[in-house]
Write a protein that binds this ligand. Structure first.
Ligand code: DX5
Ligand code: ZN
Length: 226
């Protein structure tokens, strides 16, 4: 299956989010990635359920909501009601991860777990059979436009192996510093969904940038099948 692209609206013009979503979709975006930050788990504040609700009115593709917040259990139902299709929590912020994942699914959303760069893949070993997606953070979460951490490629491979041992085909998402220079290597390592903020919305033409990122990522698939 071709790699999927999820533009992150974090780098978009917040005064024109509808336009941002539409241009990404014209470029072939498969999902819209929404970064929720609470100023505690990460040193930044962004958006919450009202913005997810507004995006839901304009987006044709699913909304992947990435919670970078402490005690995410308090807000699962609110994000479900706002229209999140997938909801990811951080393993570092979720002491009862098994219960949290079950609660997300019970609300009708796909349940994801995200790992900070310094968190070992083994942190999710016991829930490897329960996750619908895993987000491998390739920057320390909190801000767009940071530099990709090269070690993340190995982390993606380790995550792929862990999920394979659990017999779980859940897609691996990579988030942070993703662009045309690392997309193919990420896909070759086992990434199925690439999140990109600045590589898409800090460009003059987000539609073309979405297409270009997919083309760069697909180079890995083409090479493999050749
Ligand atoms: C980082 C966020 C990312 C961010 C990625 O904390 O989780 O989703 O938007 O932005 P870029 O692609 O610019 O690194
Ligand atoms: Zn994110």
């Amino acid at each position: 299956m071709s790699v999927r692209i999820a533009p992150s609206i974090l780098s978009a013009d917040f005064a024109a989010l509808g336009d941002a979503v539409r241009s990404a979709e014209r470029g072939g975006a498969d999902a819209i990635h929404v970064d929720v930050m609470d100023g505690h788990f990460v040193p930044n504040l962004t958006v919450g359920p009202p913005v997810v609700r507004a995006l839901k009115r304009v987006a044709q593709v699913p909304l992947d909501v990435h919670l970078m917040i402490e005690a995410p259990d308090r807000y699962l139902n609110v994000f479900a009601a706002a229209g999140a299709d997938a909801l990811s929590v951080h393993v570092e912020a979720s002491p009862h991860l098994h219960r949290t994942l079950a609660a997300i699914k019970a609300l009708g959303m796909r349940a994801g777990v995200a790992l900070n760069p310094s968190t070992s893949v083994t942190a999710i070993e016991e829930v490897a059979g329960d996750v619908d997606l895993v987000i491998v953070m390739s920057v320390n979460p909190g801000f767009g436009g940071q530099q990709f951490i090269p070690r993340s490629l190995e982390k993606v491979r380790a995550t792929r192996a862990l999920l394979a041992r659990a017999g779980n085909p859940a897609p691996i998402t990579v988030d942070g510093g993703v662009d045309g220079t690392n997309a193919a290597a990420l896909v070759a390592s086992g990434a199925a969904l690439l999140v990109a903020g600045s590589a898409i919305f800090s460009q003059d033409d987000p539609e073309a940038a979405t297409r270009a990122l997919r083309a760069a990522a697909d180079a890995a698939t083409t090479k493999e099948s050749a």
